[in-house]
Structure formats: C-alpha cells, structure tokens
Design a protein around this ligand. Structure first.
Ligand code: ZN
Length: 197
C-alpha cells in the first residue's frame, strides 16, 4: 500500500518530485487564486517530456478535462487528469514566467517559474535540450473572442485542486507562480501543496 506524502512548494519557488507509474499526485492551491505550473520529464528510457502542443493536438482541446491525458513530445501518454476539483480552466498556451517577462515590467532579478524549473531539473540530473512550456493549472487566460490573450486573476477558490495519475515513471516539476506585479495570482503569491500517493 502506498503511503500519502505531503509537500509544500513555498511562494515563488518550485521543486521536483519523482513519481512512479500508477502513483497519484494532487496539486492543491490552499489559499486560492494561485497558479501552479507543471512540467513532466520521463526518467526511464530516452528523455521525453510533456508537450502542451502535442496534448492540444491529440486531445483536440485547449483546456484539459478529467479523464484525458497529457502527452509527451513523442506523443506518449505521461499523465492522466483523474480529477478536476477546480472551476478554473487550466492554461496550455502560455510559457512559464521568465526573466524577460519581469525585465519588461522593470523587475530584473525577480523570481520566476523558468529559473525555478531549471534549478529543479538540474538538481535531478536532467538536462533538457529545450525548456518546454508548462501546464498552468488554475491560470485564467482563455482566449478572448477577438483572439486576444490576456492573463486575468485566477478564479480558483481556496483548496481548488487537480489529481493526476502517472502513466510512466516521471520527474514532475511544480512551481508556485511568481507573478506579483499583475493580477495572475490574485496580487499575492502563495504556496502550492502537493500530495503523492
Ligand atoms: Zn510563473
């Protein structure tokens, strides 16, 4: 029997989680309105990673729904979204926040999800040739009818969460998004909780 393990990803940080095929991962926004970016990399066989573009293509959706999978760059099933306990859509269009985003806002040296990802994969001994785009859980950024893409304040309530099942052995990286100069995370960056069973 698997035991339930609890983790906290502190505000504006990220960390890696090694999960085995069949394990379940719950990503929780304890205080609400906090975006969690997620990446997945395979840890057996050749290096492969979660691809948001392959996932959009194969599922023919912009926003993942319960019962469907997240696919890899090689079109393999990596994760299934088992439960969606959140009224929020989950963005698959935007890159992680990154140094350039903050520099354009006059905030050089700001914590960011890209650097937090790179630190976590480096610590895990994985050196991806590119930086994949994440799945942005709880991010409120659906396209407007005129095609405009704007990130609005997350509408995720306190405790809103998703549950994923690993379909292969993976390194998951989850960040508590660092954006604090824009409404993305409700104006205040808070922690993300992770449970693995
Ligand atoms: Zn971010």
């Amino acid at each position: 029997m698997n035991s339930l393990r609890h983790f906290v990803v502190p505000p504006q940080s990220g960390r890696g989680f090694r999960v085995r095929q069949g394990q379940h991962v719950r990503v929780i926004d304890p205080e609400g309105q906090q975006v969690a970016d997620m990446w997945a990399f395979t840890t057996s066989g050749g290096l492969d990673w979660l691809s948001t573009s392959q996932t959009r293509d194969i599922t023919e959706r912009l926003f993942p729904i319960a019962g469907e999978c997240f696919y890899s760059e090689r079109a393999e099933r990596l994760l299934t979204l088992v439960e969606n306990n959140s009224p929020s859509l989950h963005d698959t269009l935007f890159p992680a926040c990154n140094p350039g985003l903050y520099e354009r806002a006059g905030l050089s040296g700001h914590p960011n999800c890209r650097d937090n990802l790179l630190a976590a994969v480096h610590e895990a001994g994985i050196e991806p040739a590119i930086v994949p785009d994440p799945v942005n859980f709880f991010q409120n950024s659906s396209p407007q009818p005129n095609g405009r893409l704007e990130v609005l304040a997350s509408n995720n309530p306190p405790g809103g969460n998703v549950v994923l099942r690993a379909e292969t052995d993976l390194l998951l990286v989850i960040t508590a998004c660092s954006v604090d100069f824009h409404p993305t995370n409700g104006g205040i960056c808070t922690a993300i909780a992770v449970e693995i069973e």
